[in-house]
Design a protein around this ligand. Structure first.
Ligand code: PLP
Length: 392
């Protein structure tokens, strides 16, 4: 491994993803000998003579942030990456960097609710035409020669629909549109959008990348450095750069991403199978189960289906809420991707602002629960769910 006397570690060609996650981009200093990237808190950097990296003011960039960006670029196989204070700061800055009044953005109705609201209300209010009628792969039918940007998620929430990203990328390219993929649910361990033709990839780093429910963050990557420069400039103008302390937690979390996600894939599949055979469960939604509508696409595109499993409890919404209230190991709240398992009732929690008719159209029933599998023992999680289900 080559360690530059003072600087960022550039991965060797043949390094596997796990090795890149741990060493890639780390800021190492031969004089002090630090192995772990320091938290550089300086807001100002010496100039006009400058420094070799050109830092000036930390709203533009600073070394801890750049270390994260390099790591993300290596892992997502992009030429460059840009870090943000949250997933929403990343998504909004990416779209603002590309779209102007009159441009058409095509997305789907089942994307993350706040992304949907930002696109339809905020961008729509600025005169951007947002086409959000499609669900899942129906997005293919909405792309036309007027489309400038297509935005999809690798795995939708909460029904875990996997759109055919490779086909969408092809259709987008044919009409000259740019495809952005929110890869938060899949993670780069299970899917690499840029390798399948996406123009850019984005994450809420608050979820799997950081992985411990203790930090917010967002990251994007692309192979078009003109675009990443434009996104970085938008970040400078809007001020969405993350704090170095926050970024340190994301860097630290990413070092264990591989082992966490592999284990979460395995535990989620085991739980999905257990739930499928449970007498108190009506239906299970997990794209690695053969009866899920996205199973063929998931098999073709994903290495694993991630740590989120949704299931419909036999009965009504009150029965689902009763199950959610009875689990003891699994925590009742709304996020996902961390080491703690989390259970959510979408109809009254994450999707309560979605009008009833739209929720029904999306297939989000009142008896649906969403489970984000953490790193507890699979046996303890199964027993927790079994006990809660048997009690209704
Ligand atoms: N994208 C997806 C798929 C999400 O689930 C979320 C948050 O839940 C976001 C984006 C927004 O990220 P953040 O909460 O970090 O702003």
């Amino acid at each position: 491994m080559e360690v530059i006397p003072v600087g960022f570690v550039e991965p060797e060609e043949e390094w596997e993803e796990e090795t890149k996650l741990i060493h890639g981009g780390e800021y190492r200093d031969d004089q002090v000998g630090s192995i772990v990237t320091p938290i550089f808190v300086s807001v100002i950097y010496r100039y006009p003579e400058g420094n070799i990296y050109g830092y000036k003011y930390s709203r533009n960039s600073s070394p801890t942030i750049e270390a994260l960006e390099k790591k993300v670029a290596y892992v997502e196989k992009g030429k460059d990456a840009v870090a943000f204070s949250s997933g929403m700061a990343a998504i909004s800055s990416m779209l603002i960097s590309m779209l102007r009044p009159g441009d058409k953005l095509v997305t789907t109705r089942d994307i993350y609710g706040t992304s949907y609201e930002m696109m339809t209300k905020l961008l729509g209010g600025f005169g951007i035409k947002v086409d959000e009628k499609a669900i899942g792969e129906k997005v293919l039918e909405r792309i036309d020669k007027n489309t400038k940007v297509v935005f999809v998620e690798t795995i939708s929430n909460p029904l875990l629909i996997v759109p055919p990203i490779d086909e969408i990328a092809k259709v987008a390219e044919e009409v000259g549109a740019k495809l952005i993929v929110d890869n938060t649910f899949a993670t780069p361990i299970n899917f690499l959008p840029l390798e399948k033709g996406a123009y850019a990839v984005v994450h809420s780093a608050s979820k799997y990348l950081a992985g411990h429910n203790d930090v917010l963050g967002g990251v994007m990557a692309s192979n078009d450095t003109n675009y990443t420069i434009a996104v970085r400039n938008t970040r400078r103008l809007l001020g969405g750069i993350p704090d170095p302390q926050q970024v340190y937690f994301i860097i630290r979390g990413m070092k264990t991403l591989h082992v966490r996600v592999e284990r979460q894939n395995k535990t989620a599949l085991e739980i999905a199978k257990f739930l499928s055979e449970h007498p108190k469960v009506e239906k299970v939604h997990y794209p690695c189960l053969p009866d899920h509508p996205s199973y063929p696409i998931a098999k073709r595109l994903l290495k694993g289906c991630g740590g989120v499993v949704s299931f419909e409890v036999k009965g009504n919404g009150m029965d689902a809420i009763a199950v959610m209230k009875k689990v003891r190991v699994i925590q009742r709240t709304a996020s996902l991707g961390g080491v703690e398992s989390i259970i959510t009732h979408p109809a009254t929690m994450t999707h309560h602002t979605v009008p009833d008719d739209v929720r029904r159209e999306l297939g989000i029933k009142d008896n649906l629960l969403r489970l984000s599998v953490g790193l507890e023992s699979v046996q303890d999680l199964i027993e927790d769910l079994d006990r809660a289900l048997k009690a209704i």
